[in-house]
Write a protein of this length. Structure first.
Length: 243
């Protein structure tokens, strides 16, 4: 019998899942297919905005490599459309940071930006509402039936109505996509898991500004906070439900 790393008892996943089911008050969702059932799953699209994805946006002007983000963005619309057709809830999360009279950015945030953001947030506006920089990137944008959540911090749950929307719609699983993997995506995934949502991270539906940052977060999430899947795997399951 092959023993998974870290499995100190030598039991299989099915053995451990059976033990979990005996302890849990609600039967655990043990397979990816169960977790992403559109009756209780939401696709969450995080921060696909020009400042973080486009040439001429904040990250690009700061000299970071946005090629992986732009490559991911070419494939993401197909997953979003698959979720819509399957009947899963689709939620776009956008950031608004810069406003007239600085409504949202604290001294703590601004000091961190002054040290590490090269003028972003302090000298250069970031995701100002109504601006090109804050608009959605390319074809990755909500349709009238989708839900939009606005955040002012990395974590999409932090002082937003995301949790209320999810619970009101009976959501048990969040399928998380967007940018960047190691900042806003990871912050949201951690909080989602802490709030007792199943998490599915889409490996090729998320991106960061270096492969090292992306892969480090993927490994960490897979180990501690959720399951990792791919666009093709998710589309295959959702398309099968459509058929």
């Amino acid at each position: 019998m092959r023993i998974a790393k870290g499995n100190i008892m030598g039991n299989t996943y099915q053995d451990n899942l059976a033990a979990a089911a005996r302890l849990a008050h609600i039967a655990p969702l043990g397979s990816l297919r169960e977790k992403i059932d559109p009756n209780h799953a939401a696709l969450v699209v995080i921060d696909m905005q020009n400042d973080f994805c486009a040439r001429g946006g904040l990250v690009d002007k700061g000299g970071r490599d946005i090629s992986a983000v732009q490559d991911m963005a070419r494939h993401l619309p197909a997953l979003i459309e698959s979720a819509r057709k399957a009947g899963a809830l689709v939620i776009f999360v956008r950031s608004i940071y810069t406003t007239d009279n600085n409504r949202y950015l604290s001294d703590v945030w601004l000091e961190q930006a002054a040290r590490k953001q090269g003028g972003g947030y302090t000298m250069t506006p970031v995701c100002r509402d109504g601006s090109w920089e804050g608009d959605y990137y390319g074809d990755v944008r909500p349709l009238p039936g989708d839900i939009v959540v606005t955040k002012h911090r990395y974590n999409a749950f932090h002082k937003t109505d995301l949790d209320t929307i999810l619970r009101a719609n009976g959501v048990r699983t969040i399928v998380v996509t967007g940018v960047s993997t190691n900042v806003c995506v990871e912050s949201t995934v951690r909080e989602g898991f802490m709030n007792d949502y199943y998490v599915v991270l889409v490996r090729d539906g998320t991106a960061a500004y270096s492969n090292e940052e992306h892969e480090m977060t993927v490994r960490n999430i897979d180990r501690f906070f959720g399951e990792v899947s791919t666009i093709d795997e998710l589309r295959s399951i959702w398309s099968g439900r459509n058929a």
